[in-house]
Design a protein around this ligand. Sequence first.
Ligand code: 16G
Ligand code: MG
Length: 548
Amino acid sequence: MTTSYRTVYAFAREMHPKTVKHDIQYGTAGFRTKASNLGYIMYRMGLLAVLRSRYKQGIIGVMITASHNPECDNGVKLIDPHGEMMEQSWEELATKVANVQDDELEQTIRDIVQDYNIDMSIRVNILIGKDTRPSSPSLAKSVIDGVLALSGKPIDFGIVTTPQMHYFVKCRNTQNEYGVATEEGYYTKLVSAFKKLRGDKYNNKNYENRILYDGANGVGAKKIKYFQERLGECLKIVLYNDAGIGTGKLNHLCGADYVKSQQLFPTGVPSEPNQRCASVDGDADRIVFYYNDENDKFHLLDGDRIATLVASYLKEIVSETGLDLNLGLVQTAYANGASTDYITESLKVPVACVSTGVKYLHHKALEFDIGVYFEANGHGTVTFSKNAKDKLNQAAKGNILTESQQQAASKLLALIDVINETVGDAIADLLLVETILHAKGWNIQDWEQTYTDLPNKLLKVTVQDRNVITTKDAERQCVTPNGLQEEINDLVKKYKRGRSFVRPSGTEDIVRVYAEASTKEECDKLAAQVAQKVYDLAGGIGNPPLIA
Ligand code: 16G
Ligand code: MG
């Protein structure tokens, strides 16, 4: 079979013409913008997926989603054969392919084929998935046209969560060694591991097996039903926010991003005092936990909390196995300072800090035998090295260890199957957290009491060009504009436990300001003062930020 390039331009011209003049960039989470501007981008990403697939000689995934954005937005990202986000060096190619004129498209494709020495005769499969946005089906059709134009074979998985797509891609590329590449395979893997760990004692000490679940009116609401069916009485998941497709309610006043960024209880979930609740985001790759106390005060347990809970539990089991496995935790600068102190000082687990964005966290985590990573926003998972899995498998089978060590090894192996190692997975993370709370006999208050978060604040500043801000040291230090870091240092010094950093957003045309300090008042003040410095030194536009 040889691929003809003839259709590339013809399809573009007749069916998917470029409709937007300005360039759009493949950012931290792929392309993301108004759905109405994305048709030609989708077509072109279908083309690129085929090139990437032939280049890597593996199956590539394409996920159509705009995560926690409003319903009118959409987006697309490519998934590499290991189930990870597409390698960074290809992001530039994606940007190029997305932005050339229609009549330059064919040549651009030919150039990539030549530069990367791609064998265009290889037969390839491209897996396509989408969230519940009303625009997703027609955008999926555009991706399919792109795949067909270069003679790839599209396989449509329909409406699925982002982490399900990552899982399918990995399963397919490992000939189902990682799991069976179907929705059923995914549910079976997670649910059987969960049930095995839980046993027949559904409650334990302070732990009660009931959780209120906010599905953000998205795919997370649809897919949790398969878990409800399979888990039954073992874990009672009570679903809220499951509005129909196209009602405009996706992520509206609910979902993980809303709860985390607004620090508010979502709409549509009843407030029962001290009841554990969880919210996922629009494509179910983030989760946060929370509750209202008897005085109706809101308490949030975010990604940092999940990270510490998971790391502490893994540390316990690893030591029970007696095996020599190195465990590490990866965070970003957004991690609450109190969580970092708790992890290093109390848990004595090494912490690495990397730049914002899942790909950075994931890659760093792979350096450990067991790498736990979470962003404060609730995106995260755990990765296990081959070395760790081999040692555990041997330990669980062989007679080298004591019986209790052997049992711990089996428990850890089951825990690995509750985890989606490819990417942060809200539902898998929910099952993991429930497993740990159950094992510890904890309610959500017990979990919260492990340490006290420092008050923190996020602000946005609009500037002429956000790229004038450059950073180093995992975004904790600002390099340009000149003098800004010194100003931040001077401000931070004035506050007890003060910490602040600024970085250009990778998903919005703004600069983000983060601050934390020992009291809420001080923290708000520090954030506002730093925001003002950004406005003054980095070309702020519009109204200056308000100083509290
Ligand atoms: C994207 C990233 C997320 C990051 C966020 C930061 C992925 C899959 N998602 O949603 O990890 O926290 O961007 O957004 O990488 P920002 O650059 O606008 O602050
Ligand atoms: Mg998401």
